[in-house]
Design a protein around this ligand. Structure first.
Ligand code: BDR
Ligand code: CA
Length: 304
């Protein structure tokens, strides 16, 4: 089992990713943390609790994270994810609560108690992780890697160059990419290829209560491409379980924090300024059909 800390801003594609992570026996979530992003942190926190309740996984601790980016003003993406962040399905009443300590303190506690360095997966902006790096530099050697949804080497989805998670908090992203912790960057280069066709989304509806829930969320999801809907965040969990699905290139990646290109991820593809150093494994390709088939196979496991 791979033990992970999972930092998220659910958000519909976050919710789909978490549904797989909570129910796949190969993944052991030691801590769930929320961050402001697709909707406010109050809403992303309650959405995490809704999902742990739905999947009867209330033993997984949830900690509330940052309410706003390090420096920028917070702007949500409710135009894509709805006002609640998880619209379209009536979740059971939540009876559990978030921890009384915040996300950064909870991450520090889990890392310091972990016998081995752990993977941190982030599918929202990286505000919590940047704060962890700043407040607990002594714990960096307890982090095996960051597996991040974010960035792009081939154009953005918020501006012509910036992807939403990086654009929301580029200052945090800069800290994370300079941390020295190995990074796997799963950005729009692959997530816009890993589409679920409308046919697949419809087919999911008949796969038990979990399938019904995911179908309703994915139907309400406002992100859409000509070939289907991109489940960006699901790729982080897919990468953990099936890294062989992804074509990876090693680069030095830097973050633009200001100006018209704010939020851009720049890789030194021509080795001009990084001196041959590498800070990230960047996912650059994926086979859509293989991804879609794998995705459908996850749903029956969720209903067990
Ligand atoms: C990312 O932005 C968010 O809206 C999604 O949840 C995903 O994490 C895609 O750019
Ligand atoms: Ca997200």
């Amino acid at each position: 089992m791979t033990p992970i800390i999972l930092d998220m801003d659910p958000g519909i594609d976050d919710a789909v990713a978490l549904s797989i992570a909570l129910t796949n026996p190969a993944i052991d979530i030691k801590l769930l943390t929320s961050v402001a992003g697709n909707v406010s942190v109050d809403k992303t926190t309650i959405n995490l609790l809704k999902l742990t309740t739905f999947f009867k996984q209330t033993q997984v601790p949830v900690a509330r994270g940052a309410a706003s980016p390090l420096q920028k003003e917070f702007v949500d993406a409710s135009y894509i994810h709805g006002v609640s962040g998880m619209p379209g399905y009536e979740f059971p009443t939540v009876t559990t609560q978030a921890l009384t300590i915040d996300a950064v303190s909870a991450m520090a506690k889990v890392l310091s108690e972990a016998p081995e360095p752990m993977t941190i997966v982030a599918t929202g902006s990286y505000t919590n992780i940047a704060l962890l790096i700043q407040k607990h530099p002594d714990l960096l050697n307890k982090i095996k890697q960051f597996v991040l949804m974010g960035g792009s080497l081939s154009g953005g989805n918020v501006s012509s160059v910036a992807e939403f998670n990086i654009f929301t908090d580029p200052d945090a992203a800069k800290i994370v990419f300079k941390s020295g912790v190995p990074i796997v960057m799963i950005g729009l280069d692959v997530t816009l290829k890993a589409l679920l066709s409308l046919h697949t989304i419809d087919a999911v509806a008949s796969l038990g209560e979990a399938g019904k829930m995911l179908h309703q969320l994915m139907t309400a999801y406002g992100d859409s491409e000509p070939g289907g809907k991109p489940m960006h965040d699901v790729n982080t969990i897919c990468y953990l379980l099936k890294p062989e699905f992804y074509t990876i290139k090693d680069y030095w990646v830097d973050i633009i924090t200001e100006g018209p290109a704010a939020g851009a991820t720049i890789a030194d593809t021509q080795n001009r300024w990084s001196d041959g150093k590498i800070n990230a494994k960047v996912a650059v390709d994926i086979d859509t059909e293989t991804f879609e088939k794998w995705f459908i196979e996850q749903i029956p496991v969720m209903n067990q």
